[in-house]
Design a protein around this ligand. Structure first.
Ligand code: IPE
Ligand code: IPE
Ligand code: MG
Length: 242
């Protein structure tokens, strides 16, 4: 049987140290095919595995994947329940392979409202993969940038840190992403130009790449294109170009 020739991707000169991905368009992908929205979410989860593998191969060190926002509870109950079930199932199915591929799984967001089963599966996946170092994947599930900043402020107040000692570094250290490099590239699929409460603090100087593809169709080629586009951006951080 002939095997498809593996495509080669020339090495990238400038690689973002942390990529955020707003995985959008599952519902429209399904609708386009006359399928229920949950089929789109299922296809989205399957694609997640492929994109993480691509991330490992392309050499991206940290990826944050927006899977469920604090606003997504507004969706119909069947969809919310379906998304919870899908996360539990996929953790069950995918974690061993991700572990073998050297992926370190982390969670960002508020775990409290999730079911005990889901919480324990998330914690087990984090524990199993905690020493892996090929790629760190933060799963943003029940995550919202405003919720994250609110939780950080609460914690800072609890620790009774004096106001004059509160610096940007202190705030950084109280976010879910403490200790990780700042997000340098944010990719949003499905052609939407919105931040939708994703990494509000961390993304202050992120470059954006909007892909027209729905999330289930976003592949290694498109990931590579986003990374190439990042390499061509003139990042000035408020200064002037050199
Ligand atoms: C993204 O796809 C997945 C989640 C937000 C859970 P959507 O479900 O938002 O898909 P569209 O935007 O309706 O097409
Ligand atoms: C953002 O997508 C959240 C995730 C991808 C998890 P949404 O589809 O929820 O965002 P809006 O509602 O279009 O802004
Ligand atoms: Mg959407």
């Amino acid at each position: 049987m002939s095997k498809a020739v593996e495509k080669t991707y020339p090495p990238l000169l400038k690689l973002p140290q942390h990529v955020g991905i707003i995985m959008d368009g599952n519902g429209r992908w399904a609708r386009q095919r006359g399928m229920p929205r949950l089929r789109g979410h299922r296809a989205g989860v399957e694609n997640l595995r492929r994109v993480l593998q691509a991330g490992v191969e392309l050499g991206v060190p940290v990826v944050t994947l927006y899977a469920f926002s604090t606003e997504n509870w507004r969706r119909p109950e069947v969809e919310v329940r379906g998304l919870m079930r899908l996360l539990a199932e996929s953790l069950d199915k995918e974690v061993d392979e991700l572990h073998r591929n050297g992926v370190q799984l982390r969670h960002i967001g508020d775990l409290a409202p999730l079911s005990d089963i889901l919480k324990s599966r998330i914690q087990a996946a984090i524990e199993l993969t905690k020493n892996n170092n090929r790629l760190v994947a933060n799963i943003a599930f029940n995550y919202g940038g405003r919720q994250e900043i609110t939780a950080a402020v609460r914690q800072i107040v609890r620790e009774q840190i004096p106001p004059e000692d509160i610096t940007e570094d202190v705030i950084n250290a109280h976010l879910y992403t403490a200790g990780q490099p700042p997000v340098e590239l944010i990719i949003r699929t499905s052609g939407e130009f919105r931040v939708s409460n994703f990494l509000l603090w961390q993304g202050a100087y992120a470059e954006y790449y909007i892909s027209p593809l729905y999330w289930p169709d976003f592949d290694k080629d498109e990931f590579y294109k986003a990374l190439q586009a990042f390499g061509q951006r003139d990042r000035r951080f408020g200064g002037v170009s050199g």
